[in-house]
Design a protein around this ligand. Sequence first.
Ligand SMILES: C[S@@+](CC[C@H](N)C(=O)[O-])C[C@H]1O[C@@H](n2cnc3c(N)ncnc32)[C@H](O)[C@@H]1O
Length: 356
Amino acid sequence: MSGLPRRGRGDGQPPARHFDVSPADTIQEMIAAAWRVQALRTFVTYGCAQQFAHYGKMTAGELAARVTAVAAALEPILAALEPYGVVLRDDASGEYLLGPAGEYLLPEHPHSMLPAVEWDAVPVVEQAMEDLPATTAHGRSAVVEAAGGLYGYLELRPEHRELFDRTMAGRTSRIAPVVAQREFGDQIVDLGGGVGVLLAHILRAHPQVRGHLVERAEVAERAQKYLAAEQGIEGRWQVHGGDIFNPAHIPLGAPDYLAASILHNLTDDRAHQLLTAIGRVMAPASRLWLVDMVVPPGGEPHPGRDLGLRMLGLFGSAERRLDAYNALLTRAGLRVAERIHPLPWGLSLIVCVRDE
Ligand SMILES: C[S@@+](CC[C@H](N)C(=O)[O-])C[C@H]1O[C@@H](n2cnc3c(N)ncnc32)[C@H](O)[C@@H]1O
């Protein structure tokens, strides 16, 4: 590592600047963000992270020979990714090596971002983003609607559904250990819990807790398999194939209900329907744990501002500010019970109770 510049941040912070940024440069940077994702996809398409992990330092020419590409074409790809710490360059030898962000592109990394890069390139996802100007006129993406809504689309495409679940699992595995540190009652119901990554963490950390997971039928099947393979939670969980909007499908009167990355998929009207359904099954002392992003005030940069665009494209929904959560909760007879807890990846934990 010696002799290598430490320019790649790889910690989610913008790269250090070596030039003045005027407002015009800012617009140019925003345009170029769409180019950068293509550099990332190219890097992933050629399995460059795996090559660096296997062979160590190498020049663009050596990498090109290994992945059957053109050296002069790989050079600008690597140069674009260098400030982000995907690769680091030894300027003395001209060799590159995998940087801290690049490590997250390895499939075996415990929090691999590889599924997220691949998910981003799924045609309906890409089209939904390209469609934002039209979606802004109608409030919903015509492309996604025509495909049957995102989850309807995924129901018919098991390979994309599996990729989506791996993308969510990678993200959720970063917040799960933090959420699992909290105290829970003797039963928790995870609504739309995916394959069960968060539920498994909670059950492992709390041997006295029993868990329920309510998911769409096609996911419930895979959640069964995932949870059955997890150690230390045997006999303490149940998967329910069902609809989280239907109170009859949700176990009644549990001390804790969890909805992680669910509300941001929903427009205000649908979010109201969901919160009303959950409020109906909650006991007076039950808690509802929301895991979602809270967009901060004051123009402060936050991942929720970008993810809000993805939510608009795919669901016609948004990431919300605190006042929007408060309005939704009040309308459904619920309220925030304690201070908002920050979680990794810009997520927050919002603990809610019935307002009575
Ligand atoms: C964004 S994912 C979040 C997954 C998981 N909670 C996590 O944080 O990793 C939303 C999940 O809600 C599920 N879902 C959406 N609509 C649903 C419905 N009507 N009934 C049951 N599950 C639903 C989807 O299948 C998907 O797995």
